[in-house]
Design a protein around this ligand. Structure first.
Ligand code: HEM
Ligand SMILES: [Ca+2]
Ligand SMILES: [Ca+2]
Length: 300
């Protein structure tokens, strides 16, 4: 399947070019780091890690609602252009995206790891596939576990990978249903901390701009750390799907493990690396499957 250093002979500069493209984009706009991490996740869950998410067109994955807020596509295109100029037809867009996701974690001061490469690019991208294969922001713990299990990921992988929400933001529209009329008698989601509820209502007033963005990890949106889990413990999770991970005993136990001081951080980092490598290998196309795209936005 995939292996570390796959392009060592055929395009030795490939990985450093990706890093340089991501780094220079990050310097002018740090929100591309969470954008690229999430993009890789959404690629892997739909038809495997095959860059199907990068295809332009009216009914493609990229055009579908669950992907409408993704950012950083131009960073992948830039890296691909620079790599094609020195080793044409060698490096897949799927690998560029997997490497860029790793680089995004490193740039936000998270853990580093070697990314196995050798993925080939898919030749199919169908918008409606996103609805069945991507998790929803109101999914229960059982639904999240089931979906991850169909991708070969267990409960520990689930909690660890959702820890990716330690960086980045969410649009008000995706969680404002929790702020009022959530319970049968019209109240807010009772799992939200009282002070935090007031804060979220100020940031996302009723009838306000649903596209306004709020940190998923309050106070630490730019830093890849375990603060996100501490926020869940405090009832300061922003997404409903995140806060329920604290409400369920099986997932709470994993969250608690990541909160054991320096040992917790070390455990999160070690498990995040491992779970990312697992996720990055979902449905990988190798050998004669797929192709090496000439440009990442179109099938050859
Ligand atoms: C049950 C699983 C998950 C659900 C329901 C979920 C849902 C969401 C939602 C609703 C947003 C806000 C999107 C927006 O408003 O732009 C978001 C953002 C994000 N997600 Fe997830 N997610 C899940 C798992 C993951 C995983 C496994 C990763 C990566 C390892 C990830 C990485 C991110 C990142 C980095 C952002 C911030 C994006 C940005 O700032 O542009 N998520 N997620
Ligand atoms: Ca894909
Ligand atoms: Ca953080």
């Amino acid at each position: 399947q995939t292996r570390v250093g796959y392009y060592g002979r055929t395009c030795p500069r490939a990985e450093s070019i990706v890093t340089s493209s991501v780094r220079s984009a990050f310097r002018s706009n740090p929100t591309i780091a969470p954008g690229l991490l999430r993009m890789h996740f959404h690629d892997c869950f739909v038809n495997g890690c095959d860059a199907s998410i990068l295809i332009d067109g009216s009914n493609t994955e990229k055009a579908a609602a669950p992907n409408s807020l993704l950012r950083g596509f131009e960073v992948i295109d830039d890296a691909k252009r620079r790599i094609e100029a020195i080793c044409p037809g060698v490096v897949s867009c799927a690998d560029i995206l997997a490497l860029a996701a790793r680089d995004s974690v490193v740039l936000t001061r998270g853990t580093d790891w070697p990314v196995p490469t050798g993925r080939r690019d898919g030749r199919v991208s169908i918008g409606s596939d996103t609805f069945t294969n991507l998790p929803g922001f109101t999914d229960s713990v059982a639904e999240q576990k089931d979906l991850f299990r169909t991708k070969g990921l267990n409960t520990q992988d689930l909690v660890t990978l959702v820890g990716g929400h330690t960086i980045g933001t969410a649009a008000c529209a995706l969680f404002s249903h929790r702020l009022q009329n959530f319970t049968a008698n019209g109240g807010p989601d009772p799992s939200i901390n009282r002070a935090f509820l007031a804060q979220l209502r100020r940031l996302c007033p009723q009838g306000g701009n649903g596209l306004r963005r709020v940190a998923l990890d309050t106070g630490s949106e730019g830093r890849f750390d375990t603060s996100f889990f501490a926020n869940l413990r405090a009832g300061r999770g922003v997404l409903e799907s995140d806060q329920v991970l604290w409400g369920d005993a099986s997932t709470r136990a994993i969250v608690q493990r990541f909160l054991l001081g320096a040992r917790g951080l070390a455990a999160f980092n070690a498990e995040f690396r491992r779970s990312m490598v697992k996720m990055s290998n979902i449905g990988v196309k190798t050998g004669t499957n797929g192709e090496i795209r000439r440009v990442c936005t179109a099938i050859n």
